[in-house]
Design a protein around this ligand. Structure first.
Ligand code: HEM
Length: 310
């Protein structure tokens, strides 16, 4: 451990505290992405990833999955329209009874490069919210803390309300390594591409919709037909950063379609569901990204607090 760096658990505790100071805590709810709905699904790999990884869900065998769609806000009562980024977390149930997750969001970059800067940015955002800062302090804070966030702010600013959870793409943001049976490692990012195409609404159109319109829409759609997403791998090249979630890879990178997720219908939330993005399976490894590596602790702390009804 770095001598001046607090241990990961302390950092994660501070991170969850800063989210609660910004908005919350809401007793019994996830400290982020509090409002969400679960669905059953089936993932059918097409075999294209088999030369890149030994992971069992990326070979030729269909596996069941649980999907939770969510709004990013810590407030579980926030209307769908008002929670800008959306989440799509998928838990694959593998043939050996183990599980692995892909946790994705509707923007391709994150606003913080490290856990420390996440904490800093959230503290600044909370101070902004409570109007504790003078104007020169605000400008100083923006310059000091938010310069690494400019890609994320750009993408957040460009987001339009989804017509449906099923009509927007979702991104893993972080890189992972796929490892094949020879031990070769390939850096990838995941993207979920909606089969229905991308459809968004104007803010005016969305304003007239009920606060739970996204969940209601998906329940209705899955009652009529399966809702599908393709899983694409973006193949990283040696110059692509694997340790910085604020940077996007070139859109020239090869995208490889490796399977289809078919969403079948709504289910109650399974007990103790934690969509930990670091829960991997042999054939997939974590990248060096410090945000990715610290999410395990942050999600465990949030899970603990919501389970004991804090
Ligand atoms: C500093 C970085 C981050 C922190 C501290 C953080 C914190 C959290 C927390 C506390 C939860 C609730 C966990 C639970 O109680 O189960 C959560 C859920 C979630 N986060 Fe993050 N997060 C971070 C980065 C990200 C990134 C980069 C993404 C996008 C890929 C993301 C997407 C999600 C999603 C989709 C959920 C909902 C999972 C579910 O449906 O159960 N988070 N986050």
């Amino acid at each position: 451990m770095h001598p001046h760096r607090p241990d990961p658990r302390t950092l994660a505790q501070q991170a969850v505290d800063t989210i609660e100071d910004f908005d919350g805590p809401y007793r019994g709810f996830r400290r982020a992405h509090a409002k969400g709905a679960c669905f059953s699904a089936v993932f059918t790999p097409n075999g294209s990833a088999a030369s890149l990884t030994t992971a069992s869900h990326l070979q030729n065998t269909e596996v069941p999955a649980v999907v939770r769609f969510s709004g990013s806000n810590p407030n579980p009562n926030m209307a769908d329209l008002l929670s800008p980024a959306k989440g799509m977390a998928v838990q694959f149930h593998l043939p050996d009874q183990s599980i692995t997750n892909i946790v994705a969001a509707s923007i391709p970059v994150f606003f913080a490069r490290t856990p420390e800067s996440f904490i800093d940015i959230m503290k600044t955002a909370a101070a902004f919210k409570q109007k504790e800062l003078s104007l020169p302090e605000k400008i100083g804070a923006i310059i000091d803390h938010f310069s690494e966030s400019k890609n994320a702010f750009f993408h957040l600013g460009a987001l339009k309300p989804p017509a449906s959870y099923a009509t927007i793409p979702y991104y893993s943001i972080h890189a992972f390594y796929l490892v094949n049976d020879k031990g070769d490692r390939q850096a990838v990012k995941y993207e979920w591409e909606p089969d229905l195409g991308v459809h968004t609404l104007s803010a005016k159109e969305a304003k007239s919709l009920p606060s739970d319109y996204l969940e209601e829409d998906l329940i209705k759609r899955t009652g009529e037909a399966r809702v599908r997403f393709k899983l694409n791998l973006v193949l990283g090249e040696p110059s692509d950063p694997t340790d910085d979630p604020t940077l996007i890879w070139s859109d020239q990178r090869t995208r490889l379609e490796v399977g289809t997720l078919s969403i079948t219908g709504p289910i109650p939330e399974p007990e103790s569901l934690v969509m930990d993005p670091t829960l991997l399976t042999p054939g997939i490894e974590l990248s060096e990204d410090p945000i990715l590596n610290f999410r395990h602790e942050a999600y465990a702390i949030s899970h603990h607090r919501r389970s004991v009804m804090e």
